[in-house]
Design a protein. Sequence first.
Length: 456
Amino acid sequence: MRSTPPDAARSGASATDTTESAASAASEATGAAPGARLRVLLSAYACDPSQGSEPGIGWNIALEMARRHDVWLVTRANNRASIEAAVEREGVELHRVYYDLPRWAAWWKRGGRGIRLYYYLWQIGAYFVARRLSRTVSFDVVNHITFGRYWAPSFMALLPAPFIWGPVGGGEAAPPAFLAGLGWSGRVYELARTLAKRAGELDPFVRLTARRSRVALATTSETAERLRRLHCARVEILGAMGMSDQAAAELHPAPRARNDGPRFVSSGRLLGWKGFHLGVEAFAGAELPDAELWIIGDGPERSRLEALSSELGVAGRVRFLGALPRGEALAAMAECQALVHPSLHDSGGWVCVEAMLLELPVLCLDLGGPATLVTRETGFVASAESPESAVRELREAMRQIARSPELGRRMGKLGRERALAECRWSSKGDRLGALYREVAAPAERYRLDGGGSPRG
């Protein structure tokens, strides 16, 4: 197993030593035979085996690719300790190339301020590190993974190898008809988010990233449409939600205790765009006197949701459980009959995957990642034409689940099967590995025909 030098990559300068070490370790590789492991460069600013969300995505894709190909991972130096421990634990061969901006630049992103500028500059510096590495290692494929925003560029697209962009998301947006229900703070947030995306789309380097992408991977259909408008030659959808085989086996349904009536559950940060207010309105209108709606999580919208529950006359049956440790949250979800997740622009929707593994049908809107995952066999996908239509269809779905427990059980079982088929990292790794070989095939043939490196 090759490893990074112990003192490598505490700053931009030390990244050079890391790059040279990785290049030296690979200098024997001169060509790929059919079916051989490809030489792959991954760019993952966020990459941490100990975390979820984007850092978890960065790590899990790197891990799966390292099991299939020879991988060089370019990531931040502050991810080093966690990555080194995970590489040792997993027993994989993964070339680690750590790079960070000088320490004095860190103040830009302190407290989350200036993170976009910091990331932009990191991308530039990481590109030069990767370019030096590519002079020694003839890469077959370059893949940008994180940050997974379609409106931020990847300078790795400038490297002399077939470039894959993504999976990236962020193309989702709250439909205009829903903005009035978000309150002032919610509307301001949506406006700022929309302006940031539009500014990103005008960035010439974002457009260059799009044009140089051999394949762009979108997490949702909405993002796929934005990528096509940026003139990506080929766009495919690949959800960013994933789980290890071990996690999938550990997360399974538990016998549900008998209760006096159906229980619905929503879980997540209580933010306007999460759509919890739509779930409360639908629950109140369903007129199920024995039913309860459990809301797991906390956030700035809690007081507003509590007031809405009182206004609609269901305060006694809408229970706010607050933020719970993950184990307790999953145990509470397992006691319910369905997940209500009317989010307005989730690129992923990990809670939907957890609910499906617990054999809960999912009630969501026809928006974002949840709509890509949930089918008519595994839940209900409500129209997002207007708040009224969404609430009406969610309300009817709740009634059907309450009146037909067998329907809910059948949907739940099919939902678990779908989550296992679509969301395991091993399955995503197979698809990505095949895609790498497809885009690298012309370069491989060129080398085998004796033409030398097609990339000079």
